[in-house]
Design a binder for this molecule. Structure first.
Ligand code: SAM
Length: 198
């Protein structure tokens, strides 16, 4: 396991969230969103807020390999809410201990667990957020995860990658190993992938 920093944020990469919303509306309820490298929780809680605001019933499964990150995520307390519109801050957070606590109605929609990508099973879902983590997986793990995602995603489901998964630190375009055997980027965003037809 590599000790990766939990760099993350609320509604990170804003352009993908409308795509997620549109996709979620196409499924029969309840839906499942999986955040596969959830770090300190901002990503899965953003998804839970989206579900709540769309009035779509469902759950958000969130996992990470790092226990300390998961502990912070489960606590649901944050020093700042950069990226969360003020109207949403009022509804989904309350002031606590000099920061903000995610309200119970959002926390109750997220289930956290420890899971190591590339080595452990992944859950069935309609939307998979597997963002800014592929660089920590070796080639074998990347290939296995791509196959697992293909199997786990419901027909019509989407896989979301992060900017760091698609561009090296030297700004060279990159794609996780094996991914394009199973997925293709969509017209909606280069970070949104759908399974290719077999
Ligand atoms: C840069 S953060 C990404 C957080 C979030 N997905 C985002 O894009 O905002 C990377 C996270 O990947 C986790 N991670 C690294 N290797 C992992 C693995 N093999 N399985 C699961 N999580 C892993 C780290 O613990 C860290 O929380």
């Amino acid at each position: 396991m590599i000790d990766a920093p939990p760099v993350t944020g609320w509604f990170r990469m804003p352009r993908v969230w409308p795509v997620i919303a549109r996709t979620l509306k196409t499924f029969a309820e309840p839906v499942t969103v999986w955040s596969g490298a959830c770090a300190t929780g901002e990503e899965p809680y953003s998804a839970a807020i989206l579900l709540r605001e769309l009035r779509i019933s469902g759950r958000v499964l969130a996992s990470d390999v790092n226990d300390a990150h998961l502990t912070t995520a489960e606590r649901g307390w944050y020093a700042d809410l950069e990226g969360v519109p003020v109207a949403q801050q009022r509804v989904h957070f309350r002031a606590a201990d000099g920061g903000y606590r995610v309200r119970h109605h959002v926390r109750a929609g997220v289930e956290f667990s420890r899971r190591e990508l590339g080595d452990e099973d992944i859950p069935e879902c309609h939307v998979a957020l597997v963002r800014n983590v592929w660089r920590y997986l070796n080639g074998r793990q990347q290939e296995r995860l791509a196959v697992q995602l293909r199997e786990a995603l419901a027909p019509g489901g989407i896989l979301i990658l992060g900017g760091a998964d698609l561009l090296t630190a030297d700004l060279v375009p990159v794609v996780p190993r094996g991914l394009l055997n199973h997925f293709a980027p969509t017209a909606e965003s280069a970070a949104v992938f759908r399974a290719v037809r077999r």
